[in-house]
Write a protein that binds this ligand. Structure first.
Ligand SMILES: C[S@@+](CC[C@H](N)C(=O)[O-])C[C@H]1O[C@@H](n2cnc3c(N)ncnc32)[C@H](O)[C@@H]1O
Length: 503
């Protein structure tokens, strides 16, 4: 069903041409983008858009949402506003297009100005596409553009799915950022701060589906799906607290995963967007599915190497110098054309940490710290790099830059912790700390449903601060005992509720 990977480059090239035809431009820097925005849009335009954007995010902002998309469809605003989402189209468009597969009738729900719908219709002239949206002004643009492209396999219907059901059925329904009304809904909290698990309470689930509008929209979309139909769904559900009830809403309507949810990472010019994943679903009965289909996963997303803490420059030198009970396992040195003589050392510190330290005189210093078991992983990593570098010295600088991007340079070297983790994986690292001993601890409700736990403790040779809450935020900071006062200060900041917030 999914077309081969080799087809992606031509698809990307076609999409780049398509976006340029729509007048979209790709920007790498906020400064350049906002300059263009200032040159093109009046302050009245900007005020209008900002006001409506804010109002559409508020609960019950349906009217403001449609008004926002109506204004955004103005010919002088459209290219500027939609260029901000260039990378979004660039990432989502090909993923959807590669999965059109054998579908012949395709609905794009919430198609907006039809920017991607017209792309799909151009790529698949043998398929018939319908775009629906409730923003009349967006659809006027969509129809004009489809006409200019001479697309005879595409139609646009203006309807609000909340008011009017679909009057046809489709092989495939595409729904990208159009299902979930309330962008700021925090979702469903976990049972308590120790776990990422959620209760299964039908009332709570129903309240989520109503608040976000997901329930009603999904019911109507599912009614418009052929037997053995498929859906491609992409929403702002990266946070586990939103993803779990969203997945449950999909599963409750008999939708099953056809493949592991696809992570989609993109930037709004320079800002990293926190969206996805993209779900590829079917309403086929389980007996008609291959045995290997994935099951719903309610665990937090686990990114490769997120347990490892990287720092470079002065901060790295400072932290390495303070790693207590440092035990060097191995050392290596070699020459690099650009950096001269390089030295790497890896080993253990205290009873809990594994580390890798790389220096090239005063030209480069980098430190990676992980839990004890990661010492072995780091050793493998550096071993692999040394082998690769033996054959290709230029690979070394590239590897150093990718492992320690300039952004990992901390604010002030003396504040650089030995280890720091702000992802869900901090929980695994915290649990792995040997002979943990709690010095101070506090569990309290910061807000209804927002339970928070803060803990200051020690593990042989090291001190740590751990924070966790029911909206899946985790934070672990490890320092040597000499900086215990600093950790204690952080503990009180968390205790008074200022640092970990529900997002
Ligand atoms: C964020 S835009 C996404 C546009 C497009 N799908 C994309 O991926 O770029 C959301 C669109 O969904 C439309 N929409 C939201 N709720 C809708 C509803 N109940 N009925 C019809 N259209 C809806 C909005 O008018 C808007 O054009």
């Amino acid at each position: 069903m999914t077309q081969p990977f080799e087809q992606i480059p031509p698809l990307n090239a076609a999409l780049a041409d398509h976006l340029a035809w729509w007048g979209l431009r790709r920007f790498e820097s906020d400064a350049a983008y906002f300059q263009w925005q200032c040159d093109t849009l009046s302050s009245h335009d900007l005020n209008d858009l900002n006001r409506l954007a804010e109002a559409k995010r508020a609960p019950g902002g349906t009217g403001a949402e449609t008004a926002f998309y109506d204004v955004a469809a103005n010919s002088h605003i459209l290219p500027v506003l939609y260029s901000q989402r260039y990378e979004y189209y660039d990432k989502v468009g090909p993923i959807v297009a590669e999965r059109i597969g054998e579908a012949r009738t395709i609905l794009d729900f919430g198609c907006g100005i039809g920017l991607l719908t017209t792309f799909y219709a151009r790529q698949f002239p043998g398929c018939s596409f319908v775009g629906v949206d409730r923003s009349a002004a967006s659809l006027t643009v969509a129809r004009e553009r489809a006409k200019a492209l001479r697309l005879s396999n595409l139609r646009f219907d203006c309807l609000d799915l909340e008011q009017t059901p679909l009057d046809d059925v489709y092989d495939l329904i595409v729904c990208t950022q159009a299902l979930m009304q309330s962008e700021r809904d925090p979702g469903l909290p976990s049972l308590d701060w120790r776990t990422f698990e959620r209760a299964r309470d039908p009332m709570v689930q129903s309240s989520f589906e109503q608040r976000t509008g997901v329930g009603g929209r999904l019911d109507r979309l599912c009614a418009g799906l052929n037997a053995s139909g498929r859906m491609l769904v992409f929403e702002k559900t990266r946070q586990l607290a939103r993803r779990v009830p969203f997945q449950r809403a999909l599963a409750a309507r008999g939708l099953r995963l056809l493949e592991v949810p696809i992570p989609v990472r993109y930037r709004l010019v320079e800002e990293v967007a926190d969206d996805g994943p993209l779900f590829h679903l079917t309403n086929r009965v389980p007996l008609a599915l291959p045995e290997s289909v994935p099951v719903w996963d309610e665990a937090p997303e686990h990114l490769t190497d997120e347990e490892l803490h990287h720092c470079r420059g002065e901060g790295a030198r400072f932290a390495w110098g303070r790693l207590p009970q440092r035990q060097v396992l191995k050392e290596a040195s070699w020459d690099s054309p650009a950096l001269g003589s390089l030295r790497a050392e890896w080993g253990w510190s205290g009873g809990a940490l594994g580390y890798l330290y790389v220096t090239a005189g005063d030209r480069f210093t980098g430190l990676v710290v992980g839990r004890l078991g990661s010492g072995r992983r780091l050793e493998c990593e550096i071993g692999r790099q040394i082998e690769a570098i033996g054959e290709n010295p230029a690979a070394l600088e590239a590897w150093l830059e990718s492992a320690w991007p300039s952004s990992v340079t901390g604010d002030h070297p003396s504040l650089t912790p030995l280890y720091e983790n702000h992802t869900a994986s901090a929980q695994t690292v915290w649990l792995s700390l040997a002979d943990r001993r709690t010095l101070q601890t506090s569990t309290f409700d910061e807000a209804p449903e927002l339970q928070m736990h803060v803990e200051l403790g020690e593990t042989p040779g090291l001190m740590y601060l751990y924070g966790a809450n029911t909206f899946d935020q985790r934070q672990l900071v490890v320092m040597e005992p000499q900086r215990g006062e600093l950790l204690e200060q952080y503990y009180h900041e968390l205790r008074t509720g200022s640092k970990l917030e529900r997002t």
